[in-house]
Design a protein. Structure first.
Length: 417
């Protein structure tokens, strides 16, 4: 029996998981997505061509890999249909869990209405309906992908849901589809997606039993986890490595190597605490050079220095065997580079992540910068100061940096043995 390796974001998402999954997926038989929805955005560059993925697993660019969307995902049918149209001959290459909950257009209307009503207290969601879809799941009133196989019955169930919650929808001024519109929409989803919907739990079990090489990818990052993130400024699912188990129906003992993905600096989309956020020209340079714009929302990302305290915490939480350090090239040309080594809270120096991350003052050390790492594909090719930066990260996070990305291109990646 094989074990499934896991790729997990270690910061607030947007760390570059897509590139690493794509790079590693060339050696795997199956790539599985375990949670989140089309609020995720994985950008992959191959031979100068950009692919933006939101629901389709990043292994789709390996023609030999089977791709699985697990039960922990909330599935927007139109989004997955649009993504799948980028590729040919997907039958037998992509499977959707019949237990994945549906994220339908009315969920995004609810999401946007709630954010508007909150005003200055808005969380800063993507407005894609992820939270309301997960809320329906937890409230046991959600609809699952397997129900698309009977669109007429599904339509009836949703219309009953609308009727039971009419007062809430009216209060939020949410305009809902009528029964004719809804049935037509669901029928199209059935025609486009029906043949891809199956029991993916058994599919993954069979692959494990057959000793296939399996790679699991999540969405967002550890600090957006519903339990362990900067609540309430978090997403609505379990983004940590343990979420891969519940999101795909596999046991903890089935997990193999866990690789945590981190940027060489830190970014965050939306509201919430961000101790190392930089409001000077340095933060602006990171944003511009790193093209820090959300794949899903188009919003600019907040930027700041590498937070070793947060990464050490997240690495332990996920059981990381190694880190993959992304976008090292974005720091090219900085005279000095800061790294957060501890926090100050109420005048006290601490080296752990408190449950409340408000009012944290970062304590920095500075490291001399370097000219350029672009295109380096061997560790020995890196400038000495870049190596010192990597070694400092390893020391502070207590985790080996096993993979280093030196440009957006797939091949500009250093694999350290």
């Amino acid at each position: 029996m094989s074990k499934a390796d896991v790729i997990v974001g270690i910061q607030w998402g947007d760390e570059g998981k897509g590139k690493i999954v794509d790079k590693l997926a060339q050696e795997y038989d199956m790539v599985c997505r375990s949670q989140g929805g089309h609020n995720a955005g994985h950008t992959i560059w191959v031979d100068g061509v950009r692919y933006d993925l939101h629901l389709v697993p990043s292994g789709i660019l390996n023609p030999k890999a089977v791709n699985v969307i697990g039960n922990g995902v909330v599935l927007n049918p139109q989004s997955i249909i649009t993504e799948m149209e980028q590729f040919e001959n997907l039958e037998g290459r992509i499977f959707i869990s019949d237990k994945a909950h549906l994220n339908l257009p009315y969920h995004s209307l609810i999401d946007q209405a709630k954010e508007k009503l909150k005003g200055d207290n808005a969380i800063g969601t993507t407005g894609k309906g992820i939270g309301p879809a997960y809320a329906d799941k937890i409230n046991r009133v959600g609809q699952r992908a397997g129900e698309l196989l009977n669109p007429k019955q599904l339509c009836e169930n949703i219309m009953n849901y609308f009727s039971e919650n009419k007062v809430i929808f009216d209060a939020m001024d949410v305009k809902l589809p009528d029964e004719v519109e809804l049935l037509a929409e669901l029928t199209i989803y059935n025609e486009k997606l029906g043949k891809f919907i199956t029991n993916t739990t058994n599919l993954v079990w069979d692959a494990i039993d057959a000793d296939k090489k399996i790679l699991l990818e999540g969405a967002q990052g550890t600090l957006l986890d519903i339990d362990h993130g900067t609540y309430p400024y978090v997403t609505s699912s379990a983004t940590v490595s343990a979420g891969a188990c519940t999101g795909l129906g596999i046991a903890p003992k089935d997990i193999g190597v866990v690789t945590g993905i981190v940027k060489a600096y830190t970014t965050r989309v939306g509201n919430g605490p961000f101790p190392t956020e930089d409001f000077t020209d340095a933060g602006e340079t990171m944003a511009n050079v790193g093209k820090e714009v959300g794949t899903t929302t188009g919003r600019g990302r907040r930027c700041g220095w590498f937070d070793a305290v947060g990464v050490r915490h997240a690495s332990r939480l996920n059981g990381c065997d190694q880190l993959s350090l992304m976008k090292l090239d974005v720091l090219d040309g900085f005279e000095t580079i800061k790294i957060c080594v501890a926090y100050e809270v109420n005048g006290e120096r601490i080296n752990y992540v408190p449950s409340n991350m408000d009012n944290i003052i970062p304590i920095y050390e500075e490291i001399k910068g370097w000219d350029s790492v672009v295109g380096c594909r061997e560790y020995d090719q890196l400038p000495e100061t870049a190596k010192l930066y990597i070694e400092k990260i390893e020391e502070l996070t207590k985790t080996k940096v096993g993979i280093i990305s030196t440009s957006p291109e797939r091949e500009d990646t250093i694999i350290r043995k």
